[in-house]
Design a protein around this ligand. Structure first.
Ligand code: NAP
Ligand code: GCO
Length: 287
């Protein structure tokens, strides 16, 4: 008799995580592998991709990886065709690849705006469109989008990113609405502030060795007074990729340590001596 934990297994499934050489994407893929899935991933930076392949190997994961830019539909269609030929049809897509540019809106070039929109919103459209026909034909599929606190809240300097992540929330709901009839579930993970290369600039120590003002700020907005870690998100990723979530559709599940439920406290009240330094990363991503 199958038990409840079997519902969280991914045995025999092919999971594609975009932008998964490191960061949250790597954590999602590692969790899927532990649940039994075959992992495929893509990236754009050849050096990062090579490091990613090594990291999967070191973790005992026989991942299929390729260089593929999610904003280029021809590259995505070739990637999906190669995966179907070499691995099998894609059962789970995680639209994880994403960038951020922190620039005051009035100073932001249209080119910078467009790059963020292309990668963070159009990329998920292109990748979902590439896998949906096969999911429809097979009568099942899971699509998980990478939303964000910025799917709900704005903040200074992240106009393009917030617009993209807000749009991605609605794309999630629309894929649910249009394709739920084919037993396809499209949901989103909404992480809070997680320690990865993308957020490393927000934690950099100041010249005098003191805490980055944003680091102190975000801890004052988080009940647990800490940054999230990639491990914190792995359980939710497996849940949304597995049969355990077959009746969950069109949802953004926020996993933010309580930020979205808490008005926050005066950052000067925080006892900095309690804080542990976050992991440092040697991968620098664009800002
Ligand atoms: P990250 O450390 O910056 O990693 C981003 C990944 O996306 C990298 O592997 C990067 O590959 C890849 N990528 C960028 N542009 C691409 C493109 N055009 N085609 C294919 N891959 C591309 O980011 P992260 O912190 O792990 O975040 C992952 C996702 O979660 C992002 O969508 C982010 O917006 C979202 N998110 C993050 C947080 C957080 O606090 N960290 C919170 C909420 C949501 P290369 O290295 O090859 O460029
Ligand atoms: C920022 C951060 C955030 C996180 C994440 C929060 O500059 O505010 O980069 O946007 O990346 O999206 O959920």
């Amino acid at each position: 008799m199958a038990g409840i934990l079997d519902k969280f297994r991914l045995d025999g499934k092919v999971a594609w995580v975009t932008g998964a050489s490191y960061g949250l994407g790597f954590a999602y893929a590692k969790a899927f592998a532990e649940a039994g899935a075959k992992i495929v991933f893509n990236d754009v930076n050849p050096e990062h991709h090579a490091r990613g392949m090594e990291a999967y190997k070191a973790a005992g994961i026989d991942a299929y990886g390729a260089i593929c830019d999610v904003t280029k539909e021809d590259q995505v269609l070739k990637f999906v065709k190669d995966v179907e030929e070499n691995v099998g049809p894609i059962d789970i897509l995680v639209n994880n690849a994403g960038i951020i540019k922190r620039i005051p809106m009035v100073e932001m070039d249209v080119a910078d705006w467009q790059k963020v929109i292309d990668i963070d919103l159009t990329g998920p459209f292109i990748c979902a469109k590439a896998v949906l026909p096969s999911m429809i034909e097979r009568g099942s599929g899971k699509i998980i989008n990478a939303c964000s606190m910025m799917s709900e809240f704005g903040r200074e300097t992240v106009s393009a990113y917030a617009a993209a992540k807000g749009g991605l929330k609605m794309l999630t709901r629309n894929i649910c609405s249009e394709y739920g009839q084919y037993n396809i579930q499209c949901n989103a993970i909404g992480p809070g502030y997680i320690a990865t290369p993308q957020t490393a600039p927000l934690r950099e120590k100041q010249a005098d060795g003191s805490m980055h003002p944003f680091d102190r700020f975000i801890r004052s907005k988080t009940p647990a007074q800490r940054w999230g870690h990639t491990e914190d998100l792995m359980g939710l990723a497996v849940f949304l990729a597995s049969p355990a979530s077959d009746f969950v559709n069109g949802q953004v599940v926020y996993i933010d340590g309580g930020i979205s439920a808490y008005i926050g406290q005066d950052p000067s009240n925080l006892d900095e001596s309690k804080f542990k330094d976050e992991e440092e990363f040697d991968i620098k991503v664009n800002d």
